[in-house]
Design a protein around this ligand. Structure first.
Ligand code: ATP
Ligand code: CA
Ligand code: CA
Length: 432
């Protein structure tokens, strides 16, 4: 069962859903950003606003291609979060309102979530369960405060929480977040690490058909891999991870993982740009490849980009709806990369490996803690359900969040060391 990331265009089954998601985001983000900035209040965390879109439009919403309802949650909180994460509002709108989304990854995983990439590959839209949605709203203030104190957090960066509903359709909740992986670099290996070994093995035989599959803890251990960080980066990385996990433990969150994409600078990118394919992840571990259209496109001139960005800023200010043809995939390239401001994403969007002397090594890691909206009670419920139907295969072990976090930190810290350090440790062990 190989699911390929598919381009979402007019012929795609989820075109209307995706289109409405983008239309809704465009509207609510411009609407909030058009207002003068202000301090957050407690009420902002609970705020929700409902909008009705239809083909004629009304005094509140512009006309849209399709009929749908859209709900925006805590818009001011997310506006502030986007500022904290240094996103330019115009840039955000351009990325998320392209004519169509780069690709969709169907939902073969346990969770049933769908993933969509923005056309420029910077953002991910993930559909989430109602329980996850409710939970994110509940912990939003804790998350917000954590991010203010830890702008270099490794946790997923959330930029928006919304809901879309089509006539007769069900309610679809979704979040917008950062894509950890870069648009311009090949990821040569991907790992999803939890610090557990139960069921954490991707069948090595299948790697042949799926060279870009997401591997797991046992595959990592089998390869005797490390996160190669010299003393300085190692310390910073472990300290941040510990802080982040403390929050997750306090909020009783489980089942998250460290996603690690490795770019090997010696291998570099496939040399033929035309044939370049991007790795598109597929929840569940199998790989999917999709041509990277943005690689084949003409890059806009500086002037053109500047003009586009200016137009967009104007539209945001004047709160005019941004017409679809403005939503081209051309990025204003004069806007600097926000990732540059963040310690773990500052090396070409990632975190470069270092040697024992802190000199740069030949790998860039693209990493972060993902899937952190699962509350302990949900796991317990799932486990119950699975046990109830007597599925022998399932080996979910619902250890409590405290232990989950400790195990996670222990595993990840344990592999965060250079080869030199690992060899030295081995030698020392042999002596004792
Ligand atoms: P499950 O609950 O079954 O683990 P899920 O639907 O909640 O699955 P996630 O664990 O969030 O999905 O993500 C599945 C895969 O999608 C990850 O292993 C990774 O390959 C990819 N992925 C998720 N979030 C990101 C992200 N922010 N950047 C890049 N890739 C991501
Ligand atoms: Ca997961
Ligand atoms: Ca999940």
């Amino acid at each position: 069962r190989v699911v390929v990331g598919t381009k979402v265009d007019q012929n795609h089954v989820n075109w209307v859903t995706a289109y409405n998601m983008l239309t809704g985001i465009r509207f609510v983000v411009s609407r909030t950003n058009a207002k003068m900035d202000r301090e957050l209040t407690d009420a902002d965390f609970e705020a929700k606003h409902k909008f009705s879109f239809d083909i004629t439009g009304n005094e509140l919403t512009p006309s849209a291609k399709y009929d749908f309802k859209f709900k925006d949650y805590a818009p001011w909180v997310f506006r502030h979060l986007r500022t904290t994460f240094k996103l330019d509002p115009a840039d955000y709108l351009v990325s998320l309102t392209s004519k169509y989304i780069l690709s969709e990854l169907g939902s073969p995983g346990k969770s049933g979530s769908f993933f969509y990439f923005s056309r420029d590959y910077k953002y991910i839209i993930k559909t989430i369960h109602h329980a996850e949605h409710k939970f994110l709203r509940k912990i939003l203030k804790d998350y917000y405060n954590h991010v203010q104190e830890n702008p270099n957090t490794l946790l997923s960066q959330f930029y928006g929480l919304h809901r879309v509903k089509m006539p007769y359709g069900r309610k679809i909740h979704f979040v917008v977040m950062n894509n950890l992986f870069p648009p311009h670099r090949d990821i040569h290996r991907t790992f999803d690490l939890k610090g557990s070994t139960i069921g954490r093995d991707f069948k090595e035989e299948e790697l042949e058909n799926n060279p870009r599959a997401t591997l797991k803890d046992l595959n990592w251990l089998r390869r005797n891999l490390h996160l190669e960080f010299g003393p300085t980066k190692k310390k910073a990385f472990i300290e941040q991870m510990q802080k982040d996990v403390k929050l997750l433990q306090r909020l009783k969150i489980m089942d998250y993982s460290l996603l690690v994409g490795i770019h090997d600078l010696e291998r570099g990118n496939e040399d033929n740009l035309r044939d370049k394919t991007l790795q598109v992840f597929q929840p569940g571990g199998e790989a999917a490849v999709e041509p990277a259209p943005n690689m084949l496109m003409r890059t806009p001139s500086k002037l053109e980009s500047a003009r586009k960005a200016k137009e967009l800023r104007h539209m945001i200010k004047t709160q005019k709806p941004v017409p679809m043809d403005q939503m081209s995939n051309k990025m204003p390239d004069e806007l600097q990369d926000p990732k540059k401001n963040f310690y773990f994403y500052a090396d070409d969007g990632g975190f470069r490996a270092t040697h024992e002397d802190d000199d740069p090594a030949e790998e860039i890691y693209y990493l972060g803690i993902i899937d952190c909206l699962t509350h302990y009670s949900l796991i317990k419920r799932l486990e119950h359900f699975i046990k109830g139907i007597g599925n022998q295969e399932s080996q979910i072990s619902a250890i409590p969040p405290e232990r989950y976090g400790d195990r996670f930190v222990k595993f990840i810290s344990g592999v965060a060391k250079t080869k030199e350090a690992a060899e030295r440790e081995k030698a020392e062990e042999a002596v004792n």
